[in-house]
Design a protein around this ligand. Structure first.
Ligand SMILES: NC(=O)c1ccc[n+]([C@@H]2O[C@H](COP(=O)([O-])OP(=O)(O)OC[C@H]3O[C@@H](n4cnc5c(N)ncnc54)[C@H](OP(=O)(O)O)[C@@H]3O)[C@@H](O)[C@H]2O)c1
Length: 416
C-alpha cells in the first residue's frame, strides 16, 4: 500500500501538479504518465477557483501570446499560475458538503490568509473589545469596511485607534455607529443610521453580549440578558434585512451554553414571560444559557425564511471561557476565567469561527447550521426542534411588536 508522505489529504502525490483552466476548473497533471484528470488524485474530488484575486494581484491577457497571465503588483512578478489555486474550493455535492480545514488553534487572521475583502461591508455588534474587536480588526485587515456598532462611542473610537495603530488603512475602513441593545428604540435608530452609511451589508455579525449580570429590566421592561443577547439582535437583523443582498451572511454568536438552557414548560404553554422572566424566577446563568439557545433557534427560522433570497444565516460558538470582558460582572467568574486562561483560546482564536462563517468560500449556500472550531457542529436536541424554534420566534415577534408596533415587521408576523 502506498503511504502518503503528508498527513494532509489535500497534498498531491509526487509527480502531480495542480492547474486551473481559464474558467476556473482545477485539473491535475501527472508528469510521470503525462496524463491529466479533473479529480484530485487523493481525495477524488473536483475543485474550482473562484472569488476575487488576492490583494495586489491582477488577471490579464498577454497581448503578445494571448495567454492569461497573473500579475503580482506588490512584488513585481508575473506568472501563468492562478494565485487562487492555493484557495481552490471543492465542488459541493450538496449544500453542506465541506471539509474541516481549521481547528481550535486557528486564528481569525489565519482563516483570512490571502483573502481580499475589498468592496465588502461588515456590520459587527459589540466590537469595541473582546472577540468582536478581533473579528472587526481581522476583517478590516483584509480590506473589508466594518461598521462597528457599539454602545460606548469613546471606547469604540479607542478601538478604532488601536486598529489604526496596527495598520493605518485598516483603521480607515472602520466606522463607529452607536447601538445600545438594551433599548429597542435605540436599535431602530441604529438601523436607520446604518442605512445612511451603506447601501448593503455583506456580513452581519451579532456578537455583543452580557453574561452573569443581576436581574435588571431594560427601558422596554424586558429582562436585560434576554434583550441584549437575543431580542434586540433579532429586531436589528429584521430591520437591516433591506440592506442584506444575495449571498449576504448573517451570524449569531451563540454559545455551547445553549445546551444547559432550561424552560421547564411544554412548548405549547410557553409565553413571553417565560422568555423574559421576572425577578422571582430569574437566574443569571439560566438567562444567559436560554438567550444563547434563542440565538440558534431564531437563526434557524431566519435561514429558512431567507433561503429564496440567498441570505445565509448561521450561528456559532466562539470558544470556552475565553478571557474577555464577558466575565466582568461577578468576581468569581473573573477569577475562574483568569484561572483557566492558559488553557483556553486567545481572542484571535476565538474570533476565527466568526471570520470563517463570514467569509469561507466553501460556505456559499450553507445556511441554518451551528459552528464550533470553524466546522459544523450538532446542536442540542432542543435547539434542533423546529416547532420550538417557530414558537420562540413568534413570541419574540410579539414582544417586539408590543413595544415598537408592527410597521416594518408585517412580513414576519404574517409568515404563516
Ligand atoms: N468569552 C467567552 O468565553 C464566550 C463563550 C461563548 C460565547 N461568547 C459570546 O461571544 C460574544 C462576545 O463576547 P466576549 O467574550 O467578546 O465579551 P466582551 O469582551 O464582554 O464583549 C461584549 C461586547 O458586547 C457589548 N455589549 C454589552 N452590552 C451591550 C449593549 N447593551 N449594547 C451594545 N453592546 C453591548 C460590550 O460593550 P461594552 O464594552 O460597552 O460593554 C462589548 O463590546 C458574546 O455574545 C458572548 O456571549 C463568549
Amino acid at each position: 500500500m502506498e503511504v502518503p508522505e503528508s498527513d494532509s489529504e489535500d497534498e498531491l502525490p509526487a509527480g502531480w501538479e495542480q492547474r486551473a483552466t481559464r474558467d476556473g476548473c482545477v485539473y491535475y497533471v501527472n508528469h510521470l504518465t503525462k496524463g491529466t484528470q479533473w479529480n484530485h488524485p487523493r481525495t477524488g474530488k473536483k475543485k474550482f477557483v473562484s472569488g476575487d484575486m488576492p490583494f495586489g494581484w491582477e488577471k490579464k491577457v498577454d497581448d503578445s501570446t494571448g495567454e492569461v497571465i497573473f500579475i503580482d503588483h506588490e512584488n513585481g512578478r508575473k506568472t501563468y499560475t492562478d494565485p487562487r489555486l492555493a484557495f481552490a474550493v471543492e465542488e459541493k455535492l450538496h449544500q453542506d458538503d465541506f471539509r474541516q480545514r481549521f481547528d481550535s488553534s486557528t486564528t481569525a487572521l489565519q482563516v483570512l490568509h490571502g483573502r481580499d475583502l475589498s468592496g465588502k461591508v461588515a456590520f459587527v455588534t459589540g466590537c469595541n473589545t473582546g472577540i468582536g474587536f478581533e473579528t472587526a480588526y481581522s476583517l478590516a485587515r483584509h480590506g473589508c469596511k466594518v461598521i462597528m456598532a457599539c454602545r460606548d462611542m469613546s471606547n469604540t473610537q479607542k478601538a478604532i485607534n488601536e486598529i489604526r495603530s496596527k495598520r493605518e488603512q485598516s483603521g480607515e475602513l472602520c466606522i463607529p455607529l452607536a447601538l445600545d441593545l438594551s433599548s429597542l428604540e435605540n436599535v431602530k435608530l441604529c438601523a436607520e443610521s446604518c442605512s445612511k452609511l451603506t447601501k448593503k451589508i455583506d456580513i452581519l455579525i451579532l456578537n455583543a453580549g452580557v453574561f452573569g449580570i443581576s436581574y435588571l429590566q431594560t427601558i422596554d421592561n424586558y429582562e436585560t440578558t434576554f434583550q441584549v443577547n437575543h431580542l434586540s439582535h433579532l429586531y436589528l437583523t429584521l430591520l437591516l434585512e433591506p440592506l442584506l443582498v444575495r449571498n449576504s451572511r448573517v451570524i449569531f454568536v451563540s454559545s455551547e451554553s445553549h445546551r444547559f438552557a432550561s424552560l421547564n414548560k411544554p412548548i405549547e404553554d410557553l409565553c413571553a414571560e417565560d422568555l423574559s422572566p421576572n425577578y422571582e424566577s430569574f437566574g443569571s446563568m439560566t438567562a444567559y444559557n436560554n438567550s444563547k439557545l434563542y440565538n440558534i433557534l431564531c437563526a434557524k427560522v431566519l435561514s429558512n425564511m431567507w433561503l429564496s433570497k440567498n441570505i445565509f444565516v448561521n450561528s456559532l460558538h466562539p470558544g470556552n471561557m475565553v478571557s474577555s470582558n464577558l466575565s466582568r460582572n461577578w468576581w468569581p467568574y473573573r477569577l475562574l476565567f483568569a484561572f483557566v486562561r492558559p488553557f483556553t483560546k486567545s481572542l484571535q482564536q476565538a474570533a476565527s469561527t466568526s471570520a470563517y462563517c463570514a467569509t469561507a468560500l466553501e460556505l456559499e449556500g450553507t445556511t441554518g447550521l451551528y459552528f464550533n472550531n470553524c466546522f459544523r457542529c450538532e446542536t442540542s436536541n432542543l435547539a434542533g426542534n423546529e416547532e420550538f424554534a417557530s414558537k420562540i420566534f413568534d413570541l419574540c415577534m410579539q414582544m417586539i411588536v408590543r413595544q415598537m408596533g408592527s410597521n416594518e415587521l408585517q412580513q414576519y408576523i404574517k409568515r404563516k
